[in-house]
Design a protein around this ligand. Sequence first.
Ligand code: SF4
Length: 921
Amino acid sequence: MSDKNKPQKPFSRRSFIQTAAMTAATIALPGCSRKEKPVLTTLTGDFDPLRSYPYRGWEDFYRKIWTWDKVVRSTHSANCTGSCSWKVYVRNGVMVREEQAADYPRINAELPDYNPRGCQKGGCFTEYVYSPQRLRYPLIRTGERGEGKWRRATWDEALTMVAEKLLDNIYNYGPDTNSFFSVIPAMSPVSFCAGSRLAHYVGGVFLSFYDWYCDLPPGEPLTWGVQTESCECADWFNSKYIVLWGSNISQTRIPDAHFAYEARYNGAKIVCISPDYNSSAIHADLYFRINPGTDGILALGVAKSLIDQNLIDAPYVKEQTDMPLLVLSGTNRFLRESDVKKGGKEDIFYFWDTKQQKAVPTPGSMGSDQKTIQLNGADPALTGTFQVQLADGKSAEVTTVFELLKKEIVGYTVDKVAARTGLPANEIELFAKELGTRKPAMIIHGAGTNHWFHNDLSNRSLILLVALTGNTGKNGGGFNHYVGQERVWPEQGFFKLAFPETRKKQRFQNTTLWSYVHSTNKDPHLYNGKPIEWYIQESVKNGWMPLWPKDGKKPRAFIVWRANYLNQAKGNEILESSLWKDLDLIVDINYRMDTTALYSDVVLPAASYYEKVDINTTDCHSYIHPFGKACEPLFESKTDWDIFRALAEKIAEVATKKGLKPFHDEAFDWTRDFTQLGHDWTGKGAIQSDEQAVNFILGNAEETKGMAYQLIQQGPLRFVATDPESWNSDIEAGVAYTPFKHQLEKKRPWRTLTGRQQFYIDHPWYIELGEALPTFKEPIEEKYPLYWNTPHGRWSIHSTWRDHRAMLRLQRGGPIVYMHPDDARKRGLQDNDWVRIHNEVGHCVCRLQILPGEKPGRVTMYHGWEKYLGFKEGGWQSLTYIKIKPTQLVGKYGHVNFRLNYWGPTGNNRDTKVEVEKAKV
Ligand code: SF4
């Protein structure tokens, strides 16, 4: 055999290195001195081809980028709902970068895990910490509000000014003239509690946020008696049918969207219902480009199809919902024990037992002695009309809620629904069939649907779908609403820290109502022939909704922290010209100069997310992890805890200097000695630091038993229990959390008047306004041609990061409005034109972007732009005003009672309509 024909040795790694080295030895290497050719002693020995390269500094510089002195675990609190654990790298006292911690323990081997977790905003927060927007010193306004003229003040001067004003107001006008606004405790409860404790001890009005931001889904308190209950996002993977309804998870749930998309590999189908063809729609098996504001009619049309095709889960519906409950035909009120028995209770209800052929009391209602909804062999009738004997001996006709529902939705035929929603009839039928047959099925619900005026009706209609199909209370099923980081897991510990002398001794206020009444906002609509003012007066008179301050007084001082009230305020121009003018003192505590800070009188610089100790929880997962102090607060900033402690001490000092006698607060029979405020505020000296406050929360909650701050600095920990007072499911090892298992599996009554998922609300206002049952009502604005859509965006979390250099570079660098090409063509508009957006309330001027994915008849501006960020005129809220829905003002109806952030009018804004024209700039 010739050499040529011998089998060749494979080209080994070693022979490759040898060849390469020999080649390197014979040619000049780029960057090497030709005179100093490397001398090779051996082919594999010590060899540095860049040995004589003269510019070695850059390598050192590059390497040093990746060195650090210490790593501190922290996170962000901008109400993103993400709650992602990050490592912050610090060198020479400077935070140089952050990295996803990626150490959430797995729930089980089958479920995808939470690692790594984060978004692009979190990934550039270190730059924000050192940005020019950062507030460095206490500031006192010298020009007009919003003019941007300030002088630097000392902490002592600024705090004295605030303390004197708060005390003056209390003694001269009453404690209810001091108002406090902060948001979303779950995202940093210690910072929240710092201010709420002060409000508590000075008797101030504590304002709501979850309803005001329209994050509250009012259908949940109405139907389930809860503020919001959702599964953690890992449970999405357990679903076989995921309906993204008004929720663009690719943009607004960046850390969690993968659970839904990975569920497709687990056999799930995805439906996306959204007017725009967006970044979540591209993942859908079925996409509904629905007409804006018609979600409710689609849901009710699908409910009708489910019933018509017998796709409902009848045993579930009989046990878990109010569908079998009896309603008196004459009054449309539930049949109550007080109707059939003299001296009977108002909160015991009846169903018709087909076995006994008579009306029997439903177990588990608010007035029932039975603390279970177990039917014990009874078989409630879902349909039919029956006769019952009343207490006065007369006979009366009753029927079931289910019969009434069928009548209510009889008109929502597929053709009618298709015509109104703009969707193909056959696809609506397909959707109904799949929703009724693919189990478990869930709706992931978002602000796109919730921000409409009739949000309570659409919530109830959507919840109806997952109740009829028996999906609520099961892993992978249910109606899961994620708007706002509302879930404070260690809730009882939080409440004890936030309002130490019990929540009963606190002036709480719904902010939508407060902002409407204390400004010149005017809703021109009539509701059943009456203006909203009539409903407000009745509600306040009946004690359904509180209204502070009392006796026609105006709020005089307003303290805002961890929030951007003015940026997010519906009708903010109206508020600026009325409420704002009446306020003698506006204080903003903030780490950056946002719109509210700009329009304040005193600005106090706060520590950023990486300069304080706190904790962070979310609905989206079942873990707790901390904020850590990577650096001391920059410049003269302080943590919220330290700021409010200093303010409490300053109030005590001023009260002592002025010789103020204790103030008797009649509303709570509470004598407040302000000379002791510093001592009271710190829990009589027991809770001095942020870390002690964290440990107080952890130590006073079932969910975090055995945990302490230093332990969670090491890594996220899953909650160990769920306090039955706050929760409707247990937390189970190896199982993703989903709510309402107590009701489904343990037969615990629902937290409603009837003890069941309650779709029928027989409050007189609901009956009068035709909303006793879920129904469809049209959006309330007609006049202008284009809906004004201001959803949550990809490049900011509300207003935070709106002004971040890196995020601005991912968009067009300033406020833009998106419009469909057809709408642009009709108006002669070109991409990037300056346009004037206007309606009867106001206007703004910004750039136009033409977007084929936008729905014709609607324009979109992602929300949160600060007023000073690139608008030629106005701002994104200049076109809105506050609209209060009468049914959201009711109270004293079983489970429907005012409670902060649980029940009260929502600050909706989606019904706003506008026109767009080319601007003269
Ligand atoms: S901003 Fe929110 S979603 Fe983004 S990384 Fe931070 S915590 Fe996560």
